[in-house]
Design a protein around this ligand. Structure first.
Ligand code: SF4
Length: 634
């Protein structure tokens, strides 16, 4: 049976549709629900004929027009490309991540016997072990960024060694022209004064480090934590150093974990991860349906927090929101074996830590330097495009085919998902889509939720603006919910922001503006300027020019008085300095109509100079108008 392309479902008495390939989803009204029962497999005229007694044919035609527009933009029903089909059959096996448990105490003695005599005498056996793991990762990496995870039990045992290995890994990655992130994961941590809500569940803490900073002091502080409270862990992770981000992972031991998530949030953690595959792998008989109910509850609470502007990152829910928001399905959620490997304290190589207690899944040895590709091969075929039952599943782009360790634990096969587990998975993913649509209609930006709470190298224009404006005025990306207001701002507006621009037409509709928010145009970025209470007051647009370091910018403030407001002028001056320092922007130019005297005074006050005039460059209201060009070197 051909997989369903547009899947309709009802959640909490509301109706939704999701494109099973792109994950684009939206809530349906009466007409679109009925149209989508027939679209796209029924000709348009036939749809109009079949629905003529239930709906106004003009409205039916309008809905079909909107669906066709979405189709044209590939938001729904993307054309299958032959190339894509061939890509699906390729078995990618480049490594993206290695997790390693370094030997210590008794295990180090064993390592000494194996490595000590053959390695640099200055290196401890544990260090030689770590160096080999780094070499393995870099030798088998593809073009993707890579990650090495040092896995510690209960505490960091040798922070200086790990800091040393982190430095070595960063240096080696640079030489190999790879982007590398280092993570230190401390599993099964005992905590004092643990809230009762967290009893019975596993807790791990992790610090992700990127950039060239030295994390030795931060790792030492974390290593000094001994049976510490959650608050102390949170503080130590938060202070681990510039370029470091801390997180806590909760591995539910039973289905009663909703209050445990709240307890972690109350302890101040900004990044909480739920290890759901780990839960099922450790306890295969967990009640999947009860777990799904709790996940629904957790997702709903999370959505309420985001709607109230209380941002934090809760994975995998934030990751899934981001996939839907970006229209990027995840067809392989579990990278086990193909893209990740785990090395245990004895140097045994496994697809991931969940398989490390099973000798049959040992695929190699760091000691001998051998990996048995035949044993690894079954892991290449994991994912929703490779498993038959997944290819026909509406949730495939979100579930990504589940996790091999869960399937193996529940059915004994890597490639056979357990039907009960799948039903529960689809149940909570349907609720997640409903939550996404509620949030999306309230203008929550999931890219911001997903990225701003974790460090991703160089700050973006958005990050620079956010930090600059946070005390005086604020900014955020344009969102779908701004559509109606922006259409009102733009309509017949003579300001150069709208009238002297390639993309605006003075007669935009709310629908066009909503689509602009969902599908930004190329490299151009449009940002909403807001007061500290969140009220929008203007727009800022930046578009890189062909010459390196040059950009075309535009400002528009809704209230003329804001051009003269001191706090706005100071905020934007600081922004320009930040942009010059962090974004490699050197030269900015902007265009202003001769009539916009307030904007001209604002530009001159913040350092722009008038550099020329384009005579009669704008034709508007049956007359030609001059455009003044302003520029600044930041
Ligand atoms: S829910 Fe089950 S069938 Fe659907 S994609 Fe996930 S693992 Fe495959």
């Amino acid at each position: 049976m051909a997989p369903e392309m547009l899947y309709r479902f009802i959640e909490d008495d509301r109706r939704f549709v999701i494109d099973t390939e792109t994950c684009f989803c939206f809530e349906c009204d009466d007409i679109s629900w009925d149209v989508l029962e027939l679209y796209p497999n029924t000709p348009v005229n036939r749809i109009k004929h079949l629905l003529k007694d239930r709906h106004d044919p003009n409205e039916v035609e309008e809905v079909i027009g909107e669906l066709e527009w979405l189709r044209h933009t590939s938001a729904i029903l993307p054309k299958p490309i032959k190339e894509d089909a061939s890509k699906k059959t390729i078995r990618p096996n480049a490594l993206e991540s290695i997790s390693i448990s370094l030997p210590h105490q008794g295990a180090e003695n064993r390592a000494r016997r194996r490595w000590g005599a053959t390695k640099n005498e200055a290196d401890s056996p544990a260090k030689a072990f770590g160096l080999d793991a780094i070499a393995l990762l870099l030798a088998r990496a593809g073009d993707q960024p890579v990650r090495i995870v040092f896995v510690e039990e209960q505490a960091i045992h040798d922070p200086d060694l790990i800091a040393d290995l982190c430095r070595h890994a960063q240096r080696s990655a640079k030489l190999a022209d790879r982007v590398l992130t280092v993570e230190v994961l401390v599993r099964n941590v005992p905590c004092s004064s643990l809230p009762a809500d967290l009893e019975g569940h596993g807790l791990s803490f992790s610090v992700v480090m990127s950039g060239d900073s030295d994390f030795q002091a931060g790792l030492r502080a974390i290593a000094a934590l001994n049976n510490a409270s959650l608050a102390k862990w949170e503080k130590a992770l938060r202070s681990a150093g510039e370029g470091a981000t801390g997180s806590v992972t909760l591995r539910p031991g039973n289905a009663e974990f909703a209050s445990g998530v709240s307890a972690l949030r109350n302890a101040g953690f900004n990044w909480i991860r739920l290890d759901l595959p780990g839960s099922f792998a450790v306890n295969p008989t967990l009640d999947a349906d009860a777990m799904a109910d709790t996940l629904n509850e957790v997702a709903r609470t999370y959505a309420e927090s985001l709607a109230a502007n209380k941002y934090y990152r809760l994975d995998p829910i934030a990751e899934l929101f981001n996939h839907i928001y970006d229209g990027k399905p995840n067809h392989r959620a579990d990278p086990t074996g193909a893209h990740t490997l785990y090395i245990d304290r004895d140097g045994g190589i496994y697809p991931n830590a969940e398989f490390s207690h099973l000798e049959t899944f040992k695929i190699g040895s760091l000691e001998t330097g051998e990996i048995d590709e035949e044993r690894r091969e079954p892991f290449f075929d994991i994912g929703s495009q490779s498993v038959g039952v997944c290819r026909a599943c509406w949730a495939r782009g979100l579930c990504g085919g589940g996790a091999a360790a869960v399937h193996h634990a529940r059915t004994g096969s890597l490639h056979t998902p357990d039907e009960t587990w799948c039903n529960a998975q689809r149940k909570w993913l349907a609720a997640l889509v409903a939550s996404f649509n509620v949030l999306s209609s309230k203008g929550v930006d999931f890219t911001r939720v997903y990225q701003s709470l974790t460090l991703t190298g160089k700050p973006s224009v958005f990050a620079a603006l956010r930090s600059v404006f946070q005390q005086t005025v604020g900014m955020r990306p344009i969102e779908e919910a701004d559509g109606e207001m922006l259409a009102g701002w733009e309509e017949w507006n003579d300001a150069a922001y709208f009238s002297f621009s390639e993309t605006t037409v003075l007669m935009t509709t709310q629908y066009d503006r909503e689509m602009d928010a969902l599908h930004p145009q190329g490299q151009q970025q449009e940002l909403m300027l807001i007061h500290p209470d969140g009220t929008p007051f203007g727009l800022f647009r930046v578009k890189p020019e062909r010459v390196k370091g040059a950009a075309d910018v535009a400002f528009y403030f809704r209230n003329e008085a804001d051009y003269a407001a001191d706090k706005v002028r100071k905020g934007i001056q600081t922004l320009l300095k930040q942009a010059g320092g962090q974004q490699e922007l050197r030269r900015l130019t902007t265009s202003v109509t001769a009539e916009e005297t307030g904007l001209q005074q604002f530009l001159e006050a913040i350092g722009f100079e008038r550099e020329g005039t384009l005579r009669e460059a704008l034709f508007l209201h049956d007359a030609y108008h001059d455009i003044h060009l302003y520029g600044i070197t930041v």
